[in-house]
Design a binder for this molecule. Sequence first.
Ligand code: GCW
Length: 728
Amino acid sequence: MARSLRRAVVLALTLLAIPALRLRADDGYDLWLRYPRVADAGLLTEYRGALRQVDVEGNSPTLRAARDELIKGLTGLLGAAPATSDAITADGTLLVGTPTSSRVIAALPLAAELRALGPDGYIVRAVRMGGHRAIVVAGNSDVGALYGTFALLRQLQTHQHICAVALRDAPKVQLRILDHWDNLDGSVERGYAGRSIWQWDSLPAIVSPRYRDYARANASIGVNGAVVTNVNANARVLTPAYLEKVAKIADVLRPYGIRLYLTARFSAPIEIGGLKTADPVDPDVRQWWKAKTDEIYKYVPDFGGFVVKANSEGQPGPQDYHRTHADGANMFADALAPHGGIVMWRAFVYSNDVPTDRVKQAYDEFKPLDGSFRPNVLIQVKNGPLDFQPREPFHPLFGAMPKTPLMMEFQVTKEYHGQDTHLVYLGREWEEVLRADTWVHGKGSTVAKVVEGAVDHYSRTGIAGVANIGDDRDWTGSQFNQANWYAFGRLAWNPEASSTAIADEWIRMTFTNAPTAVAAIRTMMLQSREAVVNYMTPLGLAHIMATGHHYGPAPWVRLSRADWSPTYYHKADTLGIGFDRTASGSNAVAQYAGPVRERYGSLKTVPDSLLLWFHHVPWAYKMRSGRSLWDEMVFRYNAGVDTVRSMQKLWASVRPAVDSERFADVSSFLAIQEREARWWRDAALTYFQSFSRMPIPAGYEQPAHPLAYYQRITCPANRDKPRCDGIP
Ligand code: GCW
């Protein structure tokens, strides 16, 4: 059934079933910027007293955006529009601005403290001025003031007291970027939320109001860059007809502090420039990119720069001309440098022609190039060495290239985590990676510290997230996928933030402040990541998803390309299962610093969660739990299913606190997730059982069908609308 139709049916049934609807139906469009009126009478009185009038000093587009958001937010939260003022004339003024836009702010004692916070930092503080009580939102830049405005609104949205408010914050990472894998024909690679939000066909004439809402949402979480095109790039976006469209998007994003970036197709000089080569040392090629870059800056004066996927999965690149990744990246860097632009060069490279373990290849390729990149190049590294799996160890490049800024790439769109329908809160997964210790400079050199530049003193720092945004009304294909967009922004701002605290904030802003409901939803979210690991790829398994769309289980697939084959990754045989990456195998573990190498390399110390990533282990191997490996696998797959069932119960318990439309939406997706978790469990266990030849112990649900049944289930390549056929 088409998704929209299915949702309509579910909603209609729900409406019939609930006699008294207490909460307005809601389609999720407003994300976490909903601003419902504060129901708690005491808090409402406090807020109304402290925020009688708003004085935004300055009139730049960014400060106007801050004013608009405050009016919108306070009108909703307090139930009436605040008065506006241009001076502090009474108790209860909210003063917003920068030391440049406001003489009052420049004269405040907090001005020096503010300066120390850098360009994006802000202070939100209750003060007394001229005998009056006021709240100041001060940034060093207009964008800082906008971030402070959203921070204050967040306090109200999450029902915090504000009469003594004292917030001070600044991002720990400079570039906080969403990468859209959006194609010019409106499709989205690995997108599960409808079509692209960028309407290339109607631009530049029509500028969708949605672009502004996109910018508001991003500014509210500190995202300051958007790469609007797919890394599998199309050179056409660099032609004048498209640059005109690009400029229109950039104009909408600019007031919100968001810079626009494009992906550069390496072979563009041939495809749209009429040259015979794209060799990065060829003077004509270099000149072509320089002129093209100058041209882009005429359309977009604050253009951020390029992201490049080169010599990866069939994309052209410098190696086509026997040049290195550094030669390629530096060519772009030289063209961008005069304008202050940057290159984000992806390290996601691997080739089936290279006989080495795929997870070793990026490190082998890039580590020797450390020190040979221009200062305006960042190397963009996926969180793990394979490809956005439900669990991977951190990428060994983090900490291994002290002379080159490495930026993190997370995947917000859940390609390998059940895509639109499965509820998986990725904040948990990213926190695990960010907190992992690389040990490159002894204890405490965490991935977060490396990315923040605190370990190797990078001058540029960045985090990118592959966006999960499309033109669905709810933006992300499901209500809970919005949490991953939110968590991405908050962790990019502060990679050391707690994913639990972020979930808490998001729930309060998105669903409810009712304490028991907040607690129930938080528990669901926090459990959801381990649930998906357990029912898809427990104990360090990886990449056993079906070929192409990566949706369901297909551990039995063996392709002519080993590095795309599930059998290559799990290596199950009658003796055992797992990929030996120790010295007796591929020795990928040697790419990690000493203590990590030792921990992962030894069966005695490797955590259960990564056991089969690093070791090939006999089926009867005795685990820490006392169970055999096979029994442990059965236990984990079942635990995954059980957790989804407990998530369903928790969700059922929050019905009184959530509006009917979103309640029904989430309920129907959880039902799909429960069914598909069983599909995963039973398909994987019947398949692995053909090697282990051990029984599924009594007490567990037995698979409903034989292996052949699961092997026959097919999903269409584009499974955005119809679902897979034959899932039990
Ligand atoms: O995860 C894989 C995806 C590809 C993607 C590639 C990449 C854009 O399956 O669709 O291509 O990674 O990151 O380049």
